[in-house]
Structures are given as C-alpha cells and as structure tokens.
Design a protein. Structure first.
Length: 276
C-alpha cells in the first residue's frame, strides 16, 4: 500500500519537510518509491520526530541502497558502517565549509542519511545547496567551457586536518596509497534525465585538470565560492529525532559551527555510480 506521505517544500529551489512516514519501521515498496521521488525532486528531505536506533538507521540505508562506509573518521563502536560526528568545538574542523561527502572515492556516495543524537541548546544548523541550480546560474559561455573539463579529488588535505584535530586515527601514508587522487567531471550529468550539476567542492578538489596553476588560482576559488549564494540554499534547524536525507550527486552541505556544546550526529552513506 502506498504511504501517506506529505511533502512541504522549504524553499523554491531545494529542500522539503516530510510527514506521514515512519522511518523506524520497515518501509514498503510504495513508501520507498514515494521517499525516493521526494528526494529526486527536492534533493534534500527532512523528517522530524524519528527516534531511530543505530540498527534502524542502518536498515533504512540498506532499504534505499548499498552502504558505502567512509574510508576514514570516527565510527560507531558496534557498527563500523556508520560515521559518528561528535564535536564541541567545530570551528575549522572541516565540516564548516561547503562540501560533498567523500568525492575522493572512485564511486562517491549517492545518498547520505544523517540523524541527530545529541544537540547543543543553540546553533548547529546545516545548510544545503542545489548544485544543479548553481550550474544553471553560470553564464552559457562559462558552462560551455566547463562541460568537458575534469577535476582532481584528493583526500590527503582533509585527512591531515582530521588526524590533527583527533577526528581520524588512520595512517596517512597508507591511506594515500590506498586512496590515490581520482578524476571526476567538473560538471556532472544525471544518467537518467541528463540534467547537469556543478561537481566541484572546497574539501576534496585540488585542481581542474588541463589548466595552468595561474588559471586554477582564479577559476577554482570562483567555482568553490559560487555555492554561497542564498538563492541556491536552504537551512535546516535540527531538533531531537530529526533525520535528513540528501543526494550528494547534486547537493553540497555546510555544518554551521556556531555552538560550543557537544553535538553528536550519526551518518550512513550509500554507494553511488562513478561520475562520467
């Protein structure tokens, strides 16, 4: 039986709040189809009052796709497929820049499912940006230039930062050997609809391939900063039991570092196809 899903858009360009769905229970085929349709249309969806256990969180991920554990970072002690984001002094630790999860992977994640476990009294919102709209906002001349280009995505810079601030314990040299830089399109196309999105972010991209160092010094910062326009964004205020699900292929996010109390979030990511 189809779910009684209600979808309320948050902005005209990205984000919707859902009701009429229980993520703690196994989802039927109709509910999965409705949920996926809402994600496909709004790119990020939010569901409140969902007191998921870690096991239910993982089951939801498996119902929507194949789990793609993050190669580094703190994990749940009983569930290594789940990343735990436990911060009290978040400023400068890495999530407070616009980014897409784990694009240094050959097959970067598709969906991310993030839930609030413990929240500060004030602050700790997350912002999301529509990278399809970001592409559309570029001039036709710049879009034409970028369409055939590729960029190098590298984990080493962020891994060094994570090791320095205690968010990762992996061996840097071994991780660099295991996860060498990968090349992805600067503009990523939806394999079904053909819609295009800007696929460059400030965490993982080190250079646009084929450009000189001077050209990269001008163009790459411009593309990274392009996401900052409020017209591309929505902002979500977390409450106990809140869950966010977004599509990393078309969305960047930014964790607002405006709190000094403990904030614990748990995240599951799903495997995606290789961008071509």
């Amino acid at each position: 039986m189809a779910s009684e899903l209600t979808v309320r858009p948050i902005t005209g360009v990205i984000g919707a709040q859902l009701s009429g769905i229980d993520l703690t229970a196994p989802l039927g085929d109709g509910a999965v189809a409705d949920l996926r349709a809402a994600i496909d249309h709004h790119l990020v969806v939010f569901v409140r009052d969902q007191e998921l256990t870690p096991e239910q969180h993982l089951a939801l991920g498996r119902r929507l796709g194949t789990l793609s554990p993050a190669p580094f970072g703190p994990k749940h002690p009983d569930h290594p497929e789940m990343t735990v984001l436990d911060q009290s002094t978040p400023k400068g630790e890495g999530a407070d820049v616009w980014h897409t999860d784990n694009t240094f992977m050959l097959h970067p994640p598709s969906l991310s499912i993030l839930r609030a476990v413990r929240l500060p009294a004030i602050g700790g919102d997350t912002c999301f940006a529509n990278m399809r709209a970001a592409y559309d906002a570029l001039s036709p001349a710049l879009r034409g230039m970028l369409d055939p280009l590729r960029a190098s995505h590298d984990l080493s810079r962020m891994l060094r930062k994570a090791i320095a601030n205690g968010q990762a314990k992996e061996d840097l040299d071994q991780m660099i050997r295991d996860w060498p830089p990968v090349s992805h399109p600067v503009i990523r196309a939806d394999p079904t609809s053909g819609r295009r999105a800007l696929f460059v972010n400030g965490q993982w991209v080190t250079a646009i391939e084929g450009l000189t160092e001077a050209e990269n010094a001008v163009l790459l910062p411009f593309l990274v900063a392009h996401v900052r326009s409020p017209e591309l964004q929505c902002r979500f205020h977390w409450e106990p039991g809140s869950v966010a699900i977004w599509d990393n292929r078309w969305v960047q996010h930014y964790a607002v570092a405006d709190y000094d109390e403990r904030r614990i979030m748990q995240r599951v990511t799903l495997e995606g196809e290789r961008p071509v």
